[in-house]
Design a binder for this molecule. Sequence first.
Ligand code: NAD
Length: 264
Amino acid sequence: SNQLMAGKRGLIMGLANDKSIAWGIAKACAEAGAELAFSYQGEALLKRVAPLAEQLGSDTVLPCDVADMASIGALFDALEKKWGKIDFLVHAIGFSDKNELRGRYVDTSRENFIKTMDISVYSFTAVAHRAEKLMTDGGSMLTLTYYGAEQVMPHYNVMGVAKAALEASVKYLAEDLGRDGIRVNAISAGPIRTLAASGIGDFRYILKWNELNSPLRRNITIEDVGKSALYLLSDLGSGTTGENLHVDAGYHIVGMKAVDAPDI
Ligand code: NAD
């Protein structure tokens, strides 16, 4: 294993289970020598997250509901007390009512629009604001997005609108924090079967379509995302900020259904 992250400490937000994108990123960082802290949403997830953290040598597992500013405050207070400073932050969090991840975007309710934007967009800015103060030697922040921000994808609806706002906020944050040596980037991951993805309508069809039509003719894994995250989080990515790195087997460059793709 490499030692790209030796001596670096980071916070991983959004680990739910061993299918989570956050898990793929955490594994890659730990293998590269990083020391990790994890935040989890709600007491029910602790029994899943604590053993995973332990597998990677971490006993720092802290609750945080990003809908609650006091909860974000308590998380960063605890981290400051424990470590004083951090070097990187991973935000792998999103939420929308699954009843609105099917059908038409135009039917989105005001209530779910606001909730989706709050959890999936504002939370990254809120944690960046706190993490900035702990990144006293510079640092790297990373969030997760999807191609539905750039082009209309079936059923993605309000989540696509939220990811577009998240991608814009990555650019604004990169400008604000760049002078302090803090880089801010996104990974636009191809579809992966996770808890969050299971709420999206026709997800099996979307996975199959990507497999048959992406240049690599396969779907990506959380390990693929982990390796690319390592580039952005480590010194390998020292010249890159405000970027949206597509880890999608090349799907975003494709203009038309592949001629060799069977009908599905
Ligand atoms: P996941 O269900 O494993 O992770 C989503 C996480 O968000 C969970 O850990 C959940 O606890 C957390 N979360 C939701 N509301 C929260 C709140 N109020 N406070 C704190 N945490 C909260 O699913 P995932 O697919 O690994 O999702 C991680 C990120 O990757 C999301 O931003 C998602 O939109 C993005 N993404 C996923 C895919 C995919 O196909 N799975 C593709 C591109 C981008």
